[in-house]
Ligand binder design. Structure first.
Ligand SMILES: [Zn+2]
Length: 409
């Protein structure tokens, strides 16, 4: 199923991009190409379609048979005046067409020399930072019985969602209301989190979240809690609650366990699916596993549809998350809070996956470390830590608003 049908992108808001959003994306042929891998031995080869577009564009990809074709539906590219036959590498495939498909949608159809499967679909900001993006689709030949198509061509013509059904992301915060911060105490209910003796991460985090929320409220922020008692809240629901509460920032709070000596000190994580350190991967897996054990099927949300959608929106959100993490590290430092030797880190924590809300996960410490444990039970340490986080939120909010204003110019 993973490589089957495709990627439907339902987000359309790129509020911080400078260009006129009413204009449709256009293809830049000079920076687009169809590339083949390896030497031509008369057999189908892996292919990569690179399409340079003037602004990021939602799209989805799937295959059709009879003859085998790759179909990419964009919402929306203005292909007018751009000749598909002029795409460099066009002769690597039997046929290539593109154009307007129906209102709100345009379509690219590439006839293939045999059955293929999608191996990669990404959209990244174009180099040079002019607001453009590069869509890269990599496909590889597969045996006929692994060729996953999406029914027949006729159904593909009819099952496109109506553009009106595609919900835009909520607008970025209006300047005239207080910044809203989602506070997410990790775990809860039948998922106690890390346990050391009679100490449960879920309970410790709930306590800290209450103190932090109070300090934030006193500093003029609005707080959106993802849980306020000892109940189980699935990871995805936590993000949904933050979005429903129109949170501008999402802070997840944890104090996990790792074998003694492996981890000590506070660290702040932002989303990074390529996190390379073993301990971090182990933590991410543990968080997700609890969700899976709760009987939730993550497959539906964690597939490529979600991933590509998030890749796109994260082009804008990720630097904002990292900016908050930087403010937090510097304020915590200033408050004399002892941090992990690498305090700013990346991890594939599912709860950080919101594409549109800057998100961080703070490991306040590790329950397995005696020093960290003592800190977590020290009211003075907690107050200093919460104060530094609130101060970081203030500085970040100001900085973030200034950047948003800049990019609108
Ligand atoms: Zn945790």
């Amino acid at each position: 199923m993973r490589w089957l049908v495709a990627l439907l992108l339902v987000c359309l808001a790129w509020p911080a991009l400078a260009q006129d959003r009413s204009a449709l994306a256009r293809v830049d042929l000079a920076h687009s190409a169809l590339l083949a891998e390896g030497r031509d031995r008369g057999k189908p080869r892996p292919l990569e379609l690179q399409l340079a577009v003037s602004q990021p564009v939602p799209y989805r990809v799937y295959f059709l048979d009879g003859p085998p074709r790759l179909v990419v539906d964009f919402r929306e590219i203005d292909f007018a005046g751009t000749d598909a036959q002029a795409l460099p590498g066009r002769d690597l495939v039997p046929a290539l067409r593109w154009g307007r498909f129906r209102p709100g949608w345009s379509r690219l159809v590439m006839e293939l020399p045999g059955p293929y499967a999608l191996r990669m679909a990404v959209q990244r900001p174009a180099e040079g930072g002019a607001g453009g993006a590069l869509v890269r689709l990599r496909i590889e030949p597969v045996p006929q019985d692994e060729f996953a198509t999406r029914g027949n061509a006729l159904s593909a013509l009819w099952d496109l969602p109506a553009p009106a059904a595609v919900a835009p992301l909520p607008p970025r915060r209006a300047a005239d209301r207080p910044l809203r911060i989602a506070i997410d105490p990790g775990h809860g209910g039948h998922d106690p989190g890390a346990q050391v003796g009679a100490i449960y991460e879920a309970a410790v985090m709930l306590g800290f979240a209450r103190e932090l929320s109070e300090i934030l409220a006193r500093a003029g922020f609005e707080v959106v809690p993802t849980r306020s008692d000892d109940s189980f809240v699935p990871l995805e629901r936590r993000m949904t609650l933050a979005r429903a509460g129109q949170a501008d920032l999402f802070i997840s709070l944890h104090a996990d366990a790792l074998p003694a000596g492996e981890a000590a000190g506070l660290s702040i994580y932002t989303w990074n699916p390529q996190a390379d350190d073993r301990a971090t991967r182990e933590l991410a897996m543990r968080h997700d596993r609890t969700d899976l054990l709760a009987g939730l099927d993550l497959a539906g949300t964690d597939d490529q549809i979600a991933d590509v959608l998030m890749d796109m929106a994260r082009i804008e959100t990720q630097p904002r998350s990292e900016a908050f993490a930087k403010f937090a590290v510097s304020e915590l430092n200033r408050a004399g809070i002892v941090m992990h030797r690498r305090p700013m880190r990346g991890a594939a924590f599912s709860v950080l996956k919101s594409p549109d809300i800057p998100s961080v996960l703070i490991e306040l410490g590790f329950l397995t470390d005696p020093g960290d444990r003592a800190n977590l039970f020290d009211p003075e340490w907690r107050a200093r830590t919460a104060g530094a986080i609130a101060q970081a939120a203030s500085l970040w909010a100001r900085d973030d608003a200034a950047r948003a204003a800049l990019s609108r110019k």
